[in-house]
Design a protein around this ligand. Structure first.
Ligand code: PLP
Length: 419
């Protein structure tokens, strides 16, 4: 796969390159998004011209500080928070860590309630806390990947110190009833954290109306640069810092601020808010062409995740007798960038914890494909995928021993029915 790319790059003249350049369609926006050109433009001056340290007292420092204030305002406005409730971090993973460990270390001991389909940034943080003596309940989900608020309610006990349930799942796109869950948490006086990395910019978020105490965001999932994120901490919610140093970000995340990254993230939030009315219907239109046309044309293909309560850009399928990894490679050969699930688990061989949690068996889980759309995708690109995907699935099934077996079982079943 890599060899092909290297070969393409080395091919002679520009014209030859143009001719050999295959159509490329990026459908992996849940893994990361391209940086919007307007975001790049906003960032550039902060590398070479306004390069000050935001803590410095001179003009350079003030310029950096003002830029950061502006960005903080834009991040806050995307989720209806106040500027002083936002701290900048190095990404979604760090925000999740600061929120969960921050609460745990403040309380020193107790119970945490989360779900079995969280991103590893939450799951592994909880597992680490278990090793330190905290107790964690990983709530089950139904076959669509939904956490039931009633299950959250019955899991609460006197020692519960935190409830952390993601807003939308990064693999299957299911949107959780976090408003109901947050209400339960709030009525029990327990802080509620949500990982909104995938939903921000695609699903409206109002931390006030939704009773959210802590919320994680990541810049590179919403057309901003990588390595920047934010954590919203509602006024009055106290957390213990996990990174110690010069006292930046109200002492909760020391380290000289990544000003170009923060400026880019702020711009990305501003754009996301401004464009939501245009982007979301566009994503729905593409997705609602992609999903029915795939499951209706390809034999033995199914949609994973919730049919309605799902991210506007997520289509997650499973194909009987297909190996997800082979499918990704074959689609890559046709210029289509897809994924089996999360970027983190795709290099491991274990089946996705999310697919196991919705009740798939290992074989089914391995036959999955995630296509996640973005604002720059077009109708033509979706048409192209709908043309290529059935061919690729058919080709792979021709050489699949599993498919042959399924086929024989089916024939045998029909024979039996006739008797
Ligand atoms: C990508 C992602 C993260 C991690 O964000 P980074 O900025 O890459 O650290 C956390 N949670 C969810 C749901 C994600 O999709």
């Amino acid at each position: 796969m890599n060899l092909r790319i290297i070969k393409d790059e080395k091919m002679g003249s520009v014209e030859e390159k143009m001719k050999s350049a295959k159509k490329r369609v990026y459908l992996d926006h849940a893994a990361t998004t391209p940086v919007d050109p307007a975001v790049v433009d906003a960032m550039l001056p902060y590398f070479t011209r306004f390069y000050g340290n935001a803590s410095s007292l001179h003009a350079y420092g003030r310029e950096a500080h003002n830029a950061m204030d502006e960005a903080r305002k834009n991040v806050a406005e995307l989720i209806n928070a106040e500027s002083d409730e936002i701290i900048f971090t190095a990404g979604g993973t760090e925000s999740d860590n600061i929120a969960i460990k921050g609460i745990a270390y403040k309380k020193k001991k107790g119970y945490i309630i989360t779900s079995s389909i969280e991103h590893p940034a939450v799951l592994e943080t909880c597992r680490a806390l278990e090793r330190e003596g905290f107790e964690v309940t990983y709530l089950p989900v139904d076959r669509f990947g939904t956490v039931y608020p009633s299950n959250v309610e019955s899991a609460i006990n006197d020692e519960t110190i935190l409830i952390s349930i993601m807003h939308a799942n990064n693999e299957i796109g299911t949107i959780q009833p976090i408003k109901e869950i947050a209400k339960i948490a709030s009525e029990s006086g327990i802080p509620f954290h949500t990982d909104a990395v995938q939903s921000a910019g695609k699903v409206p978020i109002d931390v006030r109306r939704m009773n959210i105490d802590l919320l994680s965001l990541s810049s590179h999932k919403i057309y901003g640069p990588k390595g920047v994120g934010a954590l919203y901490i509602r006024k009055g919610v106290r957390i213990e810092p996990i990174i110690h140093g010069g006292g930046h970000e109200r002492g909760l995340r020391s380290s000289t601020e990544n000003i170009p990254g923060i400026v880019g993230f702020g711009k990305a939030c501003e754009l996301a808010k401004k464009r939501m009315d245009k982007d979301v219907p566009h994503l729905f239109k593409l997705r609602d062409t992609l999903i029915p046309n795939t499951v209706n044309t390809i034999e033995e293909s199914y949609l994973n995740g919730h049919p309605k309560e799902r991210l506007p850009n997520n289509a997650h399928f499973r194909f009987t007798a297909i190996e997800g990894e082979s499918l990704i490679m074959s689609l890559d050969d046709e210029g289509i960038a897809a994924s089996t699930g999360s970027a983190c688990s795709s290099k491991k061989l274990e089946p996705s914890h999310v697919l196991m949690a919705i009740g798939l068996n290992e074989v089914e889980a391995h036959g999955s494909l995630r296509l996640t759309l973005g604002r720059e995708n077009t109708d033509e690109e979706v048409e192209y995928v709908l043309e290529v995907l059935p061919e690729v699935v058919e080709r792979l099934r021709e050489i699949s021993p599993l498919w042959k077996k399924e086929f024989e079982i089916e024939r045998w079943r029909k024979e039996m029915e006739k008797r």
